[in-house]
Write a protein that binds this ligand. Sequence first.
Ligand code: DQA
Length: 145
Amino acid sequence: MTARILIINGPNLNLLGKREPEIYGSDTLKSIITDCKQHALSLNLDIEHFQSNDEGELITKIQNAHTFQAIIINPAAYTHYSVAIRDALASLNIPKVEVHLSNVHKREAFRHQSMTAGACDAQLCGFGKKGYFLAITYLYELLSE
Ligand code: DQA
């Protein structure tokens, strides 16, 4: 059976490509997801992608994600203060990886704390778009065990 992985991206990540490219790179979200799907296909994984700028929509998507085998999430700014997204992730009993394009630890102090990482199995940051590909490879290996 082909495993299904849900990639969730939070607020302002729809602006990738135009948004602070010196921090987040020049690739659009659309091209990153296309590359993720390509990589996943080579591992016989299926990717669904969801982006929202709305905390409630993200929570509802997480609550309904039990039909997937794993989740990759970049909660963007919600990472740093959303107890509600953390609680939604904690309620979900599948492997979860948090990804950040930038190295949040090299940036402002308020980005050093993640409310959400503690509800995930692993966190990747500072690898740019490769963080998503690394998360897919990790989950592939985990799900193949
Ligand atoms: C981000 C880092 C967050 O601090 C920021 O609010 C984002 C993007 C990242 O991918 O590097 O929107 O999650």
